[in-house]
Ligand binder design. Structure first.
Ligand code: SAM
Length: 289
């Protein structure tokens, strides 16, 4: 039988099961085998490795992962897709379909259950756009034993994740992602390769997980709150953004902290590197701000 990721086979499966797309679940299914190949090869899978897929839909990507990986776990929220996935994927021992909302799932437990005995694990997915950032932040923050994450997401979000300091797209999301991983844009994807077609273009991004975070920080929570504060109002200087955060009465201490770190107070948040954010957070903490 032909692969799922063709317009004809996808339509056939959908019609036979009387399946109707739910926009609210971000259901846009891939029908282009070339794009699927690019996603799967970017992950660098082999028969010793595991793949976690989030949102398998009707299994277009899952069947490719099953051919390349030692173990595949596919987490799908929509109960109506479970029997379709079982039919498409057959009863392969190394492939598990899990009916769950990935945001509620204990991923460490899932890794213990499904990926014991694999040499490395990748997340490979065409993510539902309405929850891209919460899903990726959960994957990054939970310190899962991951080699990389290769995902199709909205193009504009991919560009923000990969953005360098001094560019318009650089923001708190860039800092958060780059703290844990090294991002690389794999390809831009037109909206014509999905059914139904989304309103926006997409991109495949690869996040290669770092062994340890990009910068050393004493208190991660405080580091990320400092970053958020500096981006609170993009057109304001970091001095103004930070003084709104810590209180105008402590402006003098703030000026001292910025002098101490050698960061010009009139700079904007979008110009600071991760190293500068780490130094700034450490100095603010030292001053008790
Ligand atoms: N992987 C398929 C493909 O490429 O054709 C489908 C991708 S579609 C963009 C996103 C999928 O994620 C849908 O099947 C949707 O039901 C599922 N989904 C949405 N929210 C989810 C969640 N919170 N947890 C798990 N799956 C979810």
């Amino acid at each position: 039988m032909s692969d799922v990721a063709t317009p004809r086979r996808t339509k056939e499966i959908i019609e036979r099961h009387g399946f109707s797309f739910k926009k609210s679940l971000g259901q846009n299914f891939l029908i282009d085998p070339n794009i699927l190949n690019k996603i799967v090869s970017a992950a660098g899978l082999d028969k010793t490795k595991g793949a976690l897929e989030i949102g398998p839909g009707i299994g277009a990507l899952t069947e490719q992962l099953a051919r390349q990986a030692k173990a595949v776990a596919a987490v799908e929220i929509d109960q109506r897709l479970i029997p379709i996935l079982q039919e498409v994927l057959g009863a392969e021992e190394h492939v598990s379909v899990v009916h769950a909302d990935v945001l509620d799932l204990d991923l460490h437990q899932l890794f213990r259950d499904k990926f014991a005995g694999t040499s490395a694990v990748s997340v490979v997915a065409n993510l539902p756009y309405y929850v891209t950032t919460p899903i990726l932040m959960k994957l990054l923050e939970q310190r899962l034993p991951l080699e990389n994450i290769v995902v199709m997401i909205q193009k504009e979000v991919a560009e923000r994740m990969a953005a360098k300091p001094g560019t318009k797209a650089y923001g708190s999301l860039s800092v958060a992602v780059q703290y844990y991983a090294v991002p690389e844009l794999v390809c831009i994807v037109p909206h014509t390769v999905f059914i139904p077609q989304p309103n926006v273009d997409s991109a495949v991004i690869k996040l290669a997980m770092r062994d340890k975070p990009a910068v050393e920080v004493a208190d991660e929570d405080f580091f990320f709150r400092t970053v958020q504060a500096c981006f609170a109002q993009r057109r304001k200087t970091i001095h103004n953004n930070l003084s709104s955060w810590i209180g105008k009465s402590r402006r003098e201490e703030l000026t001292r902290v910025l002098q101490e770190t050698g960061i010009d107070p009139v700079r904007r948040g979008e110009t600071l590197s991760l190293q500068e954010y780490a130094a700034l957070a450490a100095a603010l903490e030292r001053e008790g701000l």
